[in-house]
Each structure stands twice: as structure tokens, then as C-alpha cells.
Design a protein. Structure first.
Length: 245
């Protein structure tokens, strides 16, 4: 069930609405007209998916913080640090499907995948797909608004009904000591997060229409956060439905 923040305006045409519905239901993009520019050293697949790393270096990515270390190890992106930071894409993206896998380190750890995010020196803020290392809370796949509204919708912090509904949706989808595949779909105001094939968040919000994708290290000294198989499929859905409230 979609949880609206505010009622969205209609899409520009019934074709766009139908395409968006089919995409979210089946994963088939009927209006994909744009291809993301590839990272140097990677090949764009015929189906429109673009690998976000070349498996050798961090081409296409940057660290906007004065701290934190990011490197490629055996084709994976590894993040290390003593303070929270984000590795972000050099390019911004609006309507897309993102897929990638994340492995949390044991012990105290927390991460997230930023999307349509905003960047400044030593700061990243906006939408984040939660990767929760707290097995008691277990909010992985929730939508967190980093450095802004925080837990505002899926779930709503302090709202027992919202938290219970989220846990019913997410169930045991997240595997704490294993690789977890995230799929994030953004079409206009619609934001959808899946964890290992389970839809954990499906909401509407129009605060950010475009931005970077980012990977988070939460700042625990000695912890290594690992990411792999990152890929992106840009969509040709018009941006007309996205407005700032």
C-alpha cells in the first residue's frame, strides 16, 4: 500500500501512468529512452542496466568529506573510517532503478544507500534506504531522511502503528550476517525500496526530484562496510509529477 505524504498531481499522460504501473509491478520499463553514461571501463548492457563500478577503482565516485577511506577490493567497494561519511556518485539521477548488495560488519554497525541525495562539503542529506545492524529494531528497508526529517514515513519514529505496519511488511527479509540485495525504484514522486525481493517501503514524496546515489559508513572505528554488484537503469518517465511542497 502506498503511504502518501501529500496528494501528487497527475502524470502528464495515461501512457506514463501505465508505464510506471507496469514497471513497479513487473520490473519492465516500457518508456526507457535514456541510458546512463557508463563509468569508464564498464560496458552498458543491451537491457539498459549500467554497472556503477569497473571493479578496479572508484571511477564515477567521490568522497565529499575530509575524512573516511574508500577503496576497491576484489571488485567490492570497501568503506573504512572513524567518523560517519558517504561515498557518492559524481553524477546525479532522477527516475531510475538501482540495485546493489551490502554486507554489514559484525557488532555495532549501521549503513544506508542514499538516493536523489544532496551534497555539500562534509555533508550529505536526503533520502536513504536504511541498512540496520540492530537485530532488535530491524528497520532495514525503511526510508530515512538523512540530516533532515529523519524517520518521517516508513516507519514513523515513535508511532507504534507505523512501526508495526513496517515490521509486518519487512518481516525477516534482511539477513544480518550475509549479503543483502537492495532494489530502489524512483518514478516521479513514487519511492519504492525492496530488500532481497521483499517490498519494505512504497510511498510518495516530492521533496527531492534528482540527486546523487551514496554509500554510508556510519563511523565505527575498525569496521569495514562492503558493497558489490551495483548497477543502475535510468528511466524515461517525465519529471513533471515531481514538485517541491
Amino acid at each position: 500500500m502506498i503511504l502518501p505524504v501529500s496528494a501528487p498531481p497527475p502524470l502528464r499522460s495515461w501512457q506514463s501512468a501505465l508505464a510506471a504501473t507496469l514497471l513497479l509491478a513487473t520490473g519492465v520499463d516500457t518508456l526507457a529512452t535514456r541510458a546512463a553514461e557508463p563509468v569508464p571501463g564498464v560496458t552498458v548492457r543491451a537491457d539498459g542496466w549500467v554497472p556503477m563500478t569497473n571493479g578496479r577503482d572508484l571511477s564515477g565516485w567521490r568522497n565529499p568529506f575530509a575524512w573516511g577511506e574508500a577503496k576497491v577490493v576484489d571488485g567490492e567497494i570497501h568503506l573504512l573510517g572513524e567518523l560517519k561519511f558517504f561515498l557518492v556518485t559524481e553524477k546525479t539521477h532522477g527516475d531510475f532503478i538501482f540495485e546493489g548488495e551490502v554486507f554489514l560488519p559484525p557488532g555495532n554497525s549501521n549503513s544506508g544507500i542514499m538516493f536523489r541525495a544532496n551534497v555539500a562539503t562534509n555533508r550529505v542529506w536526503g533520502y536513504q534506504a536504511e541498512v540496520d545492524g540492530d537485530e532488535k529494531r530491524n528497520w532495514s528497508g525503511g526510508l530515512y531522511d538523512e540530516d533532515r526529517r529523519m524517520w518521517f514515513i516508513s516507519p514513523i519514529s515513535g508511532n507504534a502503528e507505523s512501526i508495526a505496519a513496517f515490521r509486518a511488511r519487512a518481516g525477516e527479509a534482511f539477513r544480518r550476517h550475509d549479503w543483502n540485495r537492495y532494489r530502489i525504484t524512483c518514478i516521479g514522486r513514487r519511492l519504492r525500496i525492496e530488500v532481497n525481493g521483499v517490498v519494505t517501503t512504497d510511498v510518495e514524496d516530492g521533496l527531492d526530484a534528482k540527486g546523487v546515489i551514496g554509500l554510508q559508513h556510519h563511523g565505527e572505528k575498525g569496521q569495514v562496510y562492503r558493497f558489490r554488484n551495483l548497477r543502475l537503469h535510468e528511466l524515461g518517465i517525465p519529471h513533471g509529477a515531481v514538485t517541491k511542497p
